[in-house]
Design a protein around this ligand. Sequence first.
Ligand SMILES: Cc1cc2nc3c(=O)[nH]c(=O)nc-3n(C[C@H](O)[C@H](O)[C@H](O)COP(=O)(O)OP(=O)(O)OC[C@H]3O[C@@H](n4cnc5c(N)ncnc54)[C@H](O)[C@@H]3O)c2cc1C
Ligand SMILES: NC(=O)c1ccc[n+]([C@@H]2O[C@H](COP(=O)([O-])OP(=O)(O)OC[C@H]3O[C@@H](n4cnc5c(N)ncnc54)[C@H](OP(=O)(O)O)[C@@H]3O)[C@@H](O)[C@H]2O)c1
Length: 271
Amino acid sequence: MQQAATLVAPPPKARGVFNVETVTDVRHWTPSLFSFKTTRDPALRFASGQFVMLGLEVEGKPLLRAYSIASPAWADELEFYSIKVADGPLTSRLQKIVVGDELLVGRKPTGTLVLDGLRPGRNLYLVGTGTGLAPFLSLVREPEVYERFDNVIVTHTVREVADLNYREFLSHDLPNDPDLGELIAPKLIYYPTVTREPFVTQGRITDLIASGQLFVDIGLPPLDRARDRLMLCGGPSVLADLKTLLLERDYEEGSIANPGDFVLERAFVET
Ligand SMILES: Cc1cc2nc3c(=O)[nH]c(=O)nc-3n(C[C@H](O)[C@H](O)[C@H](O)COP(=O)(O)OP(=O)(O)OC[C@H]3O[C@@H](n4cnc5c(N)ncnc54)[C@H](O)[C@@H]3O)c2cc1C
Ligand SMILES: NC(=O)c1ccc[n+]([C@@H]2O[C@H](COP(=O)([O-])OP(=O)(O)OC[C@H]3O[C@@H](n4cnc5c(N)ncnc54)[C@H](OP(=O)(O)O)[C@@H]3O)[C@@H](O)[C@H]2O)c1
């Protein structure tokens, strides 16, 4: 006699305080950048824009690093966008993962790049450099972002054109998405810039904001605290410079406890 079909999914795997997730997709964009997807424990809750501890078991011990979740809170899978640091303890190994491998994912996502850290406004600027794009890949797929703001501007600044990953997704796939495209297309503006090679929009985002060129290019008025909100994610130096630029314009940094005009999160820590 045939066995009755199992009606419930097998229980999620856990190791210590981490969930064990299975890699379902890996994409190598350049020799130094890749992205991957994993299964998601249905009990894992997070807000779009947050980060989580992620890693591998190495010699019986967990080796974890902070990673922004690049997928939106509503998705069934988790997505991550990663640097490959040749001698990095984690990414020298992580870059070798293949579909079917197991990863450790923390159970307590956290972070400041969440909608609730911002006061209401008209325009939301999501300013990312390098892998600092990751949390914004989550937020741009979050319907609430478009319910709260009239325009959502994603800026991505990288050294070389080849580092402009997710360009097709942001400029074409997302605005044409069968479910979300109608909501997103009229509001999403994607503004890629490159600093070390010729490109149609060239230069550091700090300079493009300070000179006003960004606003000329996208057809919106220069930053105004009464109307414009920002989320920033990048290396320590770009965050410091952007913060100075905003504080000079009387912008106030926000948090969930005390919402403000901008919030920021480091995309990596300098060692
Ligand atoms: C809140 C937070 C969120 C993060 N989210 C991401 C993410 O979504 N994707 C991601 O790739 N990394 C992210 N990082 C960085 C990540 O935690 C690790 O540093 C990275 O995975 C490298 O790990 P490692 O052990 O190989 O090298 P580490 O010893 O951790 O780093 C070695 C050096 O490599 C450089 N470096 C590390 N990460 C990056 C990076 N992302 N971009 C450029 N240079 C880097 C720095 O100079 C660092 O000192 C995040 C860090 C923080 C604090
Ligand atoms: N992306 C890569 O090609 C790559 C590959 C392998 C390893 N790495 C290593 O990873 C680390 C970080 O590389 P990354 O390129 O991802 O990040 P990054 O050095 O932070 O650069 C990302 C972008 O941010 C810009 N930027 C940096 N500091 C800024 C500031 N103070 N104000 C405004 N803009 C600023 C850079 O412009 P500028 O070009 O003008 O600095 C670049 O366009 C480095 O140690 C690097 O050697 C990078």
